[in-house]
Design a protein around this ligand. Structure first.
Ligand code: FES
Ligand code: FES
Length: 161
């Protein structure tokens, strides 16, 4: 298949089934941002180094700059705009409450990556789980606090730690 060839895909994005014809070389992040207008997913490096483009594919975090749109045919994609995801909503609230963001560019990817961590993850586990997500602003401490508090909220252990 040449890069200019077109591929027909049917993908469920944030609960909505979408049928599209896309150039074979289209990446998932371009499909989301340019074709579907879901600009919450960010592009930092474009080469799999920063984590800003993280989305959930069939429930698992992937770097959408490294995934072709053709590869998501028949699959489920969830982005930061997916308000059906209660864990993501809790994380968003916790990031705001804990000041876990400054410019916010890394935040969508950070939250989607964090949404797959165990809710009772300790700080070391949170840092290890987010090792592929780079933040240039915060120094990470408040991000870790936000993720920890969001997990405690879910498990009913309060939000003070
Ligand atoms: S934009 Fe995908 S990892 Fe940086
Ligand atoms: S808040 Fe600016 S890059 Fe993380």
């Amino acid at each position: 298949m040449t890069p200019s060839a077109t591929v027909r895909i049917a993908v469920t994005v944030n609960g909505q089934l979408v049928h599209m014809d896309v150039p074979a070389a289209t990446t998932l992040v371009d499909l989301l941002r340019s074709d579907l207008g879901l600009t919450g997913t960010k592009v930092g490096c474009g080469v799999g180094e920063c984590g800003a483009c993280t989305v959930l594919l069939d429930g698992l975090p992937v770097l959408s700059c490294l995934v072709l749109a053709a590869e998501v045919d028949g699959r489920r994609v969830s982005t930061i705009e997916d308000q059906r995801n209660a864990r993501v909503r809790r994380l968003q609230e916790a990031f705001v409450a804990a000041a876990g963001l400054q410019c916010g560019f890394c935040t969508p990817g950070m939250i989607l990556a964090a949404s797959r961590l165990p809710p009772d993850a300790d700080d070391a586990e949170i840092r290890a789980g987010l090792v592929g997500n780079i933040c240039r602003c915060t120094g990470y401490a408040k991000i870790v606090t936000a993720v920890r508090r969001a997990g405690r909220t879910r498990t009913g252990r309060g939000t003070r730690r």
